[in-house]
Design a protein around this ligand. Structure first.
Ligand code: 5GP
Ligand code: ZN
Length: 114
């Protein structure tokens, strides 16, 4: 989708600090990090929000979650811990309408979230 920021990052039309990529997903550093490690895991294929998932997407979402866990462990946060978050629509603060899994680690994260 040519007007979508994260589709443009996925196609390398817009630069990002990519830390992992394969045929299905891409992980890159968040431009406004909220923790020492804050990256976004996205599917290459455009899906606007979690509301748009279909039964065929369940494997893809599992792949995103698995990749977040692998990245956190590779960077040494497996024992200390980390958080993964999908924001969906306005109340959750979704601002980019191409699904993305936030991975945050490296500081104590408050609960409940704001
Ligand atoms: P949301 O609020 O939709 O869950 O998260 C969107 C995230 O995308 C935010 O954390 C924001 O900092 C990040 N972001 C927005 N624009 C860009 C960009 O152009 N490049 C990168 N790397 N991250 C971005
Ligand atoms: Zn997109």
């Amino acid at each position: 989708m040519s007007s979508c920021l994260f589709c443009r990052i996925a196609s390398a039309e817009i630069p990002a600090k990519v830390i992992y990529q394969d045929a299905a997903v891409l992980a890159f550093e968040d431009v406004n990090p909220q923790a020492p490690l804050h990256c976004l895991i996205i599917p290459r294929r455009h899906i606007a929000s979690l509301n748009d998932l279909t039964p065929e997407d369940t494997g893809l979402v599992g792949t995103m979650q698995y990749r977040a866990a692998m990245l956190a462990k590779e960077r040494g946060y497996g024992e200390r811990g980390y958080r993964t978050i999908f924001n969906c629509q306005a109340d959750a603060g979704q601002t980019v309408f191409h699904i993305h899994l936030h991975l945050l680690a490296g500081r104590s994260l408050g609960w409940p979230p704001g």
